[in-house]
Design a protein around this ligand. Structure first.
Ligand code: SF4
Ligand code: SF4
Ligand code: FES
Length: 248
């Protein structure tokens, strides 16, 4: 059965903005993105919102619903009390372009900085062989839809713009972990993870894992194993001695 909901939506641009109140019809089975589309159709034709699939797969409709990073197309209106005010704001970690649309280019810049897969030079593509369990490990990370909700929620950059240079965020530390654990990747990515991409800033709070719509265990399966590898490299006495001798 339909009802009228109270919505509070952030409107503005890089110069500033404010929350604007709306009363808007909600029908059975609808999600937050449906309501935003109804607002565009009936009350706010210039409301900016990014979306594509409405199926939780393109990663475009990321925003914050009642302060929690969510995909708007996967957030059912039935999860809210009809009397509740539903507040929709843009992702806080990224600069606002307009209304609910943010500039997520930080993520693409970090992605470009990661050296790509580096198989052994003497191995031809048709000769790549790996165990199924190694394939399965990569496949979990490959479910990522690049919604950047994990990047948005991570406290290292959420309220600390100055950390962005030194910290790649969970999505890209996960990419480094994927490559570091890949049996055919010949590069040693442990030092770069720590020194260039800021793995040490992560204190494994698991907030990134909690908001991932693909339910990827970012912290347990990527960040913690990567930290363990970094520690192994740093405190292994043979590696330590080798580094000392090599540097001389
Ligand atoms: S576990 Fe690490 S990367 Fe994930 S939100 Fe916490 S600090 Fe950020
Ligand atoms: S790891 Fe999960 S939360 Fe992060 S960008 Fe990928 S799908 Fe989104
Ligand atoms: S519109 Fe594609 S994930 Fe929401």
């Amino acid at each position: 059965m339909g009802y009228d909901a109270r919505f509070r939506v952030w409107r503005g641009d890089a110069e500033g903005g404010a929350l604007q109140d709306f009363t808007v019809e909600v029908n059975e089975g609808e999600v937050v993105l449906d309501i935003i589309h109804r607002l565009q159709a009936t009350q706010a034709p210039d409301l900016a919102v990014r979306w594509n699939c409405k199926a939780g797969k393109c990663g475009s409709c990321s925003a914050e619903v009642n302060g929690r990073p969510r995909l708007m197309c996967m957030t059912r209106m039935s999860t809210f009390d009809p009397d509740e005010v539903v507040t929709v704001t843009p992702m806080r970690t990224f600069p606002v372009v307009r209304d609910l649309v943010t500039d997520v280019s930080f993520n693409y810049e970090k992605a470009r900085e990661i050296p790509s897969f580096a198989p052994p030079a003497d191995l031809k593509p048709g000769e790549y062989r790996m165990k199924q369990q190694d394939v399965a490990r990569s496949q979990e990370f490959r479910k990522c839809i690049e919604c950047f909700l994990c990047q948005d929620t991570c406290h290292v950059v959420r309220d600390h713009e100055d950390n962005k240079n030194a910290f790649a965020g969970p999505r890209y530390l996960m990419r480094i972990a994927e490559l570091e654990m890949h049996p055919l990747d010949a590069a040693d990515r442990r030092e770069m993870a720590q020194e260039e991409f800021g793995l040490g800033y992560c204190n494994i709070t698991k907030c990134c894992t909690e908001v991932c719509p693909e339910h990827i265990k970012i912290t347990d399966n990527a960040l913690i194993p990567l930290k363990e590898r970094v520690v192994d490299r740093k405190y292994d006495p043979i590696v330590w001695l080798g580094n000392k001798l090599f540097r001389r």
